[in-house]
Design a protein around this ligand. Structure first.
Ligand SMILES: [Zn+2]
Length: 136
């Protein structure tokens, strides 16, 4: 199995240590009851995912920053394509559109923020998979 690079490993919600194992049990984030169902340990390299009790509380800050960045991005293309001015209600239309897009992408953002947060703490180890095999 080929391991992903830094960016694609994050976007695909892969384990930051081996960049091969999936962090989430279910591939489809829109099965909302299972959106945050994670493996306790990476299925490939055995890296623990929840490093300590309450580890995931910190992801609130990450998802907040992601939501702000995403809103700025939405503001950019909306401005380009539809134009925004203070003289009419266009800023409110953008707020509504942005709110809808943010809500619809929430499952993806929630997963992305967990993956990013774990990536802050866990460095890449290309040999992680082999090391696990040695252990067994
Ligand atoms: Zn792994």
């Amino acid at each position: 199995m080929k391991s992903s690079n830094f960016i694609s490993a994050i976007l695909e919600n892969k384990c930051p240590r081996c960049r091969k194992g999936k962090l989430f049990k279910n591939d489809n984030p829109y099965r909302l009851q299972k959106v945050l169902d994670m493996h306790d340990n990476c299925p490939v390299c055995d890296q623990r995912t929840e490093l300590e009790i309450g580890f995931w509380y910190g992801t609130g800050y990450v998802s907040y920053v992601l939501a702000v960045m995403f809103s700025v991005f939405n503001l950019g293309w909306y401005w380009l394509f539809f134009g925004i001015t203070w003289r009419d209600n266009s800023i409110f239309y953008w707020l509504i559109v942005n709110g809808i897009i943010l809500t619809l992408s929430m499952p993806l953002l929630m997963r992305l923020s967990r993956t990013l947060y774990l990536t802050f703490y866990i460095g890449h180890d290309p040999e992680a998979e082999n090391r696990k095999k040695e252990k067994i």
